[in-house]
Structure formats: C-alpha cells, structure tokens
Design a protein. Structure first.
Length: 154
C-alpha cells in the first residue's frame, strides 16, 4: 500500500504541504523559536539559491528536450548528466528542499527546520527511488554510471 504513493503526488505539492506544516508548527509551538543572526537576508539568500537550482535543472531538461513531468519519468527521452546534473542527480528536488530551509530560517523555528527532513524522506522514498528504477530500465548502460559518478542529493 505504501508503494501506492510512488510517483502519485507532485513534488511541488509535497513542498507546499511541508511549507504549510512548517508555518503551522511555528504558530502552534512558539517555544521552538530560535534567534538567527541576519535572519531575513539569510533566509532570502538560501531561498534564492534553491530557486536557482530549480531554474538550472529545468533549463537543462528543456535544453535536452526531455520531460519535466515528475509523475511520468517513463517519458524521458534523454538522460541529462550535464550542467548542474554534474553535482547532483536531483537539482530540482534539492532546490525545493533548500527553499524549505530558507522558509524555516525566515520562520525562525527549529520545528520548521526539522520538517525539511520529512520532505527529503518523502521525496526520496516516493519520487526519487521510483524514478531511479525507471531510469535504470530506460538507460541501462548509462544510468548506473551516472549514479556511480553523481550523488543523489549532493
């Protein structure tokens, strides 16, 4: 039954839900508030870094004319290993995670920060691992080499 979630929920929706949960934790448990030096500029910098990763990942996919739909990885027409994909196999998901870190810094709540791990665990289990299985089937010679050379997250 748990595998029934594989490739079913758009990662952006998962990110929005986690972001809302972060906000809720901040409001419900103000005792977890933390002081962060230069909180707003730091939150903005981290968030923009995440946005840049998403942009670069998207741009590289478009350049290779392959699918951007995370729910249909079987439609991939090319294995993208260039650009930002030299450093991470999942720059768009990493970008989303970094945005959530920026949001948690902005919220100034350690509970909000902990929820970033929930996003990472969910995306790894129900999005990335199923994608990896499909990409191994689609690109049996090249994808394992890419995995050996490039980390899943960082």
């Amino acid at each position: 039954m748990v595998n029934g979630l594989n490739l079913k929920v758009p990662p952006v929706l998962v990110g929005v839900v986690v972001g809302c949960l972060q906000w809720g934790v901040t409001r419900l448990i103000p005792q977890l508030a933390i002081d962060v030096r230069f909180q707003l500029p730091l939150a903005l910098f981290v968030t923009l870094t995440g946005c840049a990763l998403i942009f670069l990942g998207t741009w590289t996919f478009k350049k290779h004319a392959t699918t951007l739909n995370p729910l249909t990885p079987r439609d991939a027409s090319a294995l993208v290993t260039s650009g930002v994909y030299r450093w991470t196999r999942n720059p768009m998901y990493l970008g989303m995670m970094i945005i959530l870190v920026g949001w948690s810094i902005g919220l100034g709540n350690i509970g909000a920060t902990a929820l970033v791990l929930v996003f990472g665990a969910y995306i790894t289990q129900f999005q990335i691992k199923p994608e990896e299985a499909i990409l191994t089937d689609l690109f049996p010679d090249d994808y394992p080499v890419f995995c050996d050379r490039t980390n899943r997250w960082l």
